[in-house]
Design a protein around this ligand. Structure first.
Ligand code: SF4
Length: 467
């Protein structure tokens, strides 16, 4: 056996932090590393180098990223930093002068170059080791589909445009082909992500692209139409409430894409929205929500809000609560405002005391929970299709309805679920409800086998888990 044959392939450890957009960056880097013949190490100790894909959105996320870099340096010593926090190379270098390289978000070539320096690639890349859909950090049955980078908005609490630049949409044909390959390789649910999904194509003037022998408009609607041809669950995230969003509601009513919209409204009070530098006519939004529901009654609306924004008065907060009551949003998350280094909102006057922010968040979530509970109660006794994410040892299948996105929304617990497996699409009858979750049983009697002890089928998003 020659020297080359006995040499082991170089190994890379990977820590992926942050939002689904960052997760897609991690997947792309890992795909290219595997394509070059690198092995991926599940431990720090077994790796020739470690890549840390950081998040820098909130101060708490920055702290987590800095901790992760410190941990990787302590346990491995050779660390390449990428991701949003990479935009602050000086800060990282000051704290960790020994890092091997620092690159910004989606700078795949630079990450690869840095890894090559620390752990040179094997002479003969094992390209056939890479599956056609690339390396995925999500379970086999769902995948994030990133359609653009950057954002043209300038919300005062956000530094993403500073870190990721202005909107840059991927060509529509390329996105549709990627989606098709994912579905051909077993993906049942596509989660469309970007910073501003509804702005898709604005920068390319909606340049058309060819897919399956025909032309598709490179717009939000054109993309949704194309994705609707794939026969998979298609879920739209991070949709900014532009008027043209109305155009995809009929596709939801036809069952082409999921009746689900994730719109981060952030607030409702006009003065707060103005300070946030976001569009301010939430009364009109209520009218549009009513119209969407008249076209597609089963539509599920998810949103996130920031409470305790600088200058938010008790009246503003009450306005938000009243708006929520009127809008009856199905899924809601709320964050207490946090300062972000470099964001304009940091310098606004009248910051809200921490205890008031927390108290408002609790009141807001209590109101949202009441709405969620009442809405879920109407489902009891009905049937629905669910997608199974995992089957637990106790025989309960953890699934999601069309109205539940992974990681952020509720679950449908299916019992007995012993006959089910991750990735199954199955009809269930809802038996009872909790505040955010449903319990159900399979409609098909043949699937109602009693619970038995099973091996856990977990999910792992980080190649190296940080506990
Ligand atoms: S739309 Fe989203 S990404 Fe763009 S600036 Fe506002 S919060 Fe940031």
């Amino acid at each position: 056996m020659s020297d080359t044959e006995t040499k082991r392939a170089p190994t890379v450890g990977f820590v992926s932090l942050g939002c689904p957009k960052a997760l897609v960056d991690s997947e792309r880097i890992l795909t290219r590393l595997r394509g070059e013949g690198y092995e991926i190490s599940p431990t720090y100790e077994g790796a020739d180098t470690v890549v840390v894909n950081t998040c820098g959105f909130l101060d708490s996320a920055r702290d987590e990223s800095l901790d992760a870099i410190g941990e990787a340096l302590a346990k491995n010593g050779k660390v390449v930093v990428t991701g949003c926090l990479g935009a602050e190379a000086d800060l990282i270098r000051k704290r960790f002068p020994q890092v091997s390289a620092i690159t910004g978000a989606h700078r795949y070539d630079e990450v690869l170059d840095a890894v090559h320096q620390v752990a040179p690639p094997p002479p003969d890349p094992f390209r056939d080791l890479v599956p056609p859909q690339g390396v995925k950090l999500t379970p086999k049955h769902y995948a994030y589909l990133k359609i653009s980078e950057g954002c043209d908005h300038r919300c005062s609490f956000c530094i993403i445009p500073q870190m990721r630049g202005d909107l840059a949409s991927r060509p529509v044909g390329e996105v549709l082909r990627e989606a098709e390959v994912l579905v051909e390789n077993g993906v049942k649910e596509l989660l469309v992500v970007s910073q501003d999904t509804s702005a898709y194509g604005l920068d390319t003037r909606y340049a058309p692209g060819v897919w399956r022998g025909r032309e598709w408009k490179g717009s939000f609607e054109g993309l949704a139409q194309g994705l609707g041809e794939l026969g998979a669950w298609v879920r739209l995230h991070y949709v900014y409430p532009y008027p043209h969003v109305d155009s995809v509601i009929p596709l939801m009513a036809e069952g082409k894409i999921l009746p689900y919209l994730d719109i981060p409204f952030q607030h409702a009070a006009p003065s707060v929205l103005k300070a946030m530098k976001r569009p301010g006519n939430q009364a009109k939004t209520l009218e549009r929500i009513a119209k969407w529901r008249s076209i597609c009654p089963e539509i599920v609306l998810r949103s996130t809000f920031v409470v305790g924004f600088p200058g938010e008065t008790e009246e503003d907060f009450q306005f938000l609560l009243d708006w929520l009551q009127e809008a009856q949003l199905d899924r809601v998350g709320a964050f207490a405002y946090e300062n972000v280094e470099g964001a304009a909102a940091r310098d606004l006057p009248d910051h809200v005391p921490e205890e008031v922010k927390q108290e408002r968040r609790e009141r807001f979530m209590a109101a949202a929970q009441k709405i969620s509970r009442a809405k879920l109660l109407t489902k009891v006794g009905g049937t629905m299709e669910v997608l199974v994410d995992e089957v637990r040892r106790n025989g309960v299948a953890v699934a999601r309805s069309k109205g539940d996105a992974p990681e952020i929304d509720g679950h449908v617990f299916v019992r007995p679920g012993t006959m089910l497996t991750a990735g199954d699409l199955v009809q269930v009858r809802v038996t009872r409800t909790e505040a955010y979750d449903l319990w159900a049983e399979p409609v098909d009697r043949a699937l109602r086998k009693p619970a038995a002890t099973l091996a856990p089928r977990g999910r792992m998003h980080r190649v190296i888990s940080r506990i």
